[in-house]
Design a protein around this ligand. Structure first.
Ligand code: TTP
Ligand code: CA
Length: 360
């Protein structure tokens, strides 16, 4: 499916590369301590029996050890797991070196995290503007400078480029071209779609939707009815259509989903259902800005007397927690509700470090 060809992008299509370092923190630690090669490695600490992993190497992943997993659980799954404390300043420095390399090819860089970025190389004049050759050279330069491998996806939009970078990990490259793209991506799991997290995946599975191909059977209206505004995007995504720009705008500080209700609502069950929808939407959007660590979460209520109340706390990203906060706050006034909001604030990337709550 992914045969390399020079002219396949055509003249009008964009050229997008998604680059993602392989098992980033763990690969860095392996590089710096060869005794870690060929053993399962988890990056993370444990204090008083608590703590979560930032990531693990691929050997550890074979045991089911994953990022954001409590360290204790990881040790149960893999008793030989070698734990290494994260060294954020080291990873940041390497990240800067990698981004310096990207800047040698384009200004249009969207940083998703320390180890992941979209590059729009449509206008890059290097390598005859051949996006595949550019991606290969970037991988070579990263390896030359840092001794680390990265995987790249090359395509004509962000969705497909990102899918591509994951296809041949580690040290892989995949090219997804427009020719017969609908058929070519039909077998992929919906979890590869940008914005589809656990919650929406379960909702789709309930309707026997597992793959891009399953989604392709639905028309736009059906998908909008099922998934709200996101349904319209899904209709495009499952066909390989994605118009999102590579945006190098400033760093996002927070994310909120506020929903004004079309009528005043007092019924608690109904309010919880609406809260759950806003929560799902928030998770979808969080997926897009992956790699950020959450500082606080909040729930906002506006009543029909137009007073508002917001409760903000450091804690979990679980729906049950949001619901508890919401019901507690709602119980104080019990007026009909006009607006429900949920959201999170992020730590700046520059201070992302020893945080308790990695975004999984
Ligand atoms: P990822 O790119 O998600 O993972 P990875 O690079 O370790 O592995 P992969 O080869 O599958 O891409 O995350 C990049 C780094 O960000 C990761 O090495 C550690 C850090 N991180 C956290 O600190 N917490 C998390 O929950 C996740 C997912 C990543
Ligand atoms: Ca990575």
């Amino acid at each position: 499916m992914l045969h390399v060809g020079q002219a396949f992008f055509g003249e009008t299509l964009r050229k997008i590369i998604h680059i993602d370092m392989d098992y980033f923190y763990a690969q860095v630690e392996e590089r710096d301590d060869p005794t870690l090669k060929n053993v399962p490695v988890g990056i993370g600490g444990m204090m008083n029996g608590r703590g979560v992993l930032c990531t693990s190497n691929y050997i550890a992943r074979r045991y089911g050890v994953r990022a954001a997993m409590p360290t204790l659980k990881a040790l149960k799954l893999c008793p030989n797991l070698v734990l290494v404390s994260p060294n954020m300043s080291k990873y940041k420095k390497i990240s800067e070196e990698i981004f310096d390399i990207y800047h040698q090819f384009t200004k249009r860089i969207q940083k998703l995290s320390l180890d992941e970025a979209y590059l729009d190389v449509t206008e890059c004049t290097k390598f005859n503007n051949d996006a595949v050759e550019i991606a290969k050279e970037i991988k070579r330069r990263i390896y030359g400078k840092t001794g680390l491998t990265a995987s790249a996806g090359v395509s004509y939009n962000k969705l497909l480029a990102k899918i591509g970078s994951d296809l041949h990990k580690p040290d892989g490259i995949a090219i997804l071209r427009p020719h017969q793209i609908e058929q070519n991506i039909a077998k992929f799991s919906i979890s590869k779609i940008w914005g589809v997290g656990k919650v929406s995946e379960e909702r789709m599975n309930k309707r026997s939707i597992y793959t891009f191909g399953d989604l392709q059977k639905y028309n736009k209206l059906d998908l909008v009815n099922m998934f709200g505004d996101f349904g319209a995007s899904l209709h495009g995504y499952c066909r390989g259509i994605d118009e999102r720009e590579v945006s190098s705008g400033g760093e996002r500080k927070s994310l909120s989903v506020d929903r004004t209700l079309s009528e005043d609502v007092t019924d608690e069950q109904h309010l919880c259902n609406l809260l759950s929808e806003s929560y799902d939407e928030m998770l979808r959007r969080l997926k897009e800005i992956e790699g950020r660590l959450i500082k606080t979460i909040h729930v906002k209520i506006r009543y029909n007397d137009f007073t508002s109340t917001t409760i903000e706390t450091q804690s979990e990203l679980e729906f049950e927690y949001f619901k508890k906060l919401f019901l507690k706050r709602y119980a104080q006034k019990k007026l009909p509700v006009r607006l429900i909001g949920v959201g999170v604030k992020f730590f700046p990337t520059t201070t992302q470090g020893q945080m308790e709550m990695p975004l999984s």
